[in-house]
Design a protein around this ligand. Sequence first.
Ligand SMILES: *[C@@H]1O[C@H](CO)[C@@H](O)[C@H](O)[C@H]1NC(C)=O
Ligand SMILES: *[C@@H]1O[C@H](CO)[C@@H](O)[C@H](O)[C@H]1NC(C)=O
Ligand SMILES: *[C@@H]1O[C@H](CO)[C@@H](O)[C@H](O)[C@H]1NC(C)=O
Length: 360
Amino acid sequence: MPILSYPSSPLIPTLTLLLSLPIFFYLAPSILPPRRLTITAPDELDDLSLFQKAISLSSSTSTDKSHRPSTKSRLGSTSTFRPKIAFLFLTNSDLHFLPLWQLFFNQTRPNLYNIYIHADPSIPITPPTGVFADKIIPSKRTQRSSPTLVSAARRLLATALLDDPSNAYFTLISQHCIPLHSFNYLYKFLFDVHKLSKNLEYLSYIEILSESPSLWDRYNARGENVMTPEISFDQFRVGSQFFTLSRNHALKVIEDRRLWRKFKLPCINVESCYPEEHYFPTLLSMADLEGCSQYTLTRVNWTDSVNGHPHTYHRPEVSPQLIHTLRESNSSYSYMFARKFSPDCLNPLMEIADSVIFKH
Ligand SMILES: *[C@@H]1O[C@H](CO)[C@@H](O)[C@H](O)[C@H]1NC(C)=O
Ligand SMILES: *[C@@H]1O[C@H](CO)[C@@H](O)[C@H](O)[C@H]1NC(C)=O
Ligand SMILES: *[C@@H]1O[C@H](CO)[C@@H](O)[C@H](O)[C@H]1NC(C)=O
């Protein structure tokens, strides 16, 4: 009798189990939902101490007034306060469009901007050069469908708030974003508008929407009733993950602990888990809706989106016409940035950089 006909032998099931273990571990990632990064207590404490430093610096050294543009910029006056734009690059790969951004920054004076890069440390990247050299801030791992992208954005905001009190606007950018206008066009837009209305706070440019077909599922992604009482469903908002915030609002974001307590919880429903598209619009609409334009400056194409990813532009699509089209918006101002662009777009974009993109 062959040995296999003795099912009572304890050796056989044990062997089968042992043999199938490697197969299980091989297949598990495609069968089980992938494990998501969570916010650990040490990471949270690191961030809190950074935020605390930025908050106390802001309350001790600066009043809101100092972040308004000077209305009397006289020739050669060195005492004139020049507000800066802080560019916050959030990436988990090389910055594909670094040469294009170099051109963007090369057209201006270094005292009008700062650059900060948050790069996922688990992914090796080529050390950036030129104006990007040494701009990587202490970073932690990031992952979609987890609260880590929100943490990374808050870390960038806090680092920039702390680093330079002249940072008046904070623009979040990814490695797939491109500029649609010159630096000077953006700078004039952000700061000149306010000369007309000196008593107004700077506006933040962040999309804030109260309606979306998937909003209810996204609200309940951490379980039913988990978000209450801090955030009721009618306070829950959605918007673009990429924004340009005023200093005042950047500070509000890192001061927040009440909403973050809920948004940092891991999702049960990973399919509806996009914390970075909800945390910022929800918080700012609750804190200061009047101070937000409710439009983002970053164009994104959601037509035929796949798996939560917007349309990704590829090389053959790049043309002067595309740049002109992407600038057009339904608000009273043009879009300043666009995503998502695949790395193969770099060369065609460089070819039209001076003649089209940075011409205005
Ligand atoms: C930017 O300017 C610097 C210094 O003027 C120069 O070395 C560099 O090549 C320029 N970069 C680009 C991309 O034009
Ligand atoms: C948006 O993406 C779709 C394909 O998904 C494309 O057909 C359309 O031209 C794009 N729109 C713009 C303005 O680029
Ligand atoms: C402007 O609004 C219309 C109507 O809602 C919409 O179809 C169109 O895509 C919008 N255009 C842009 C550039 O957002």
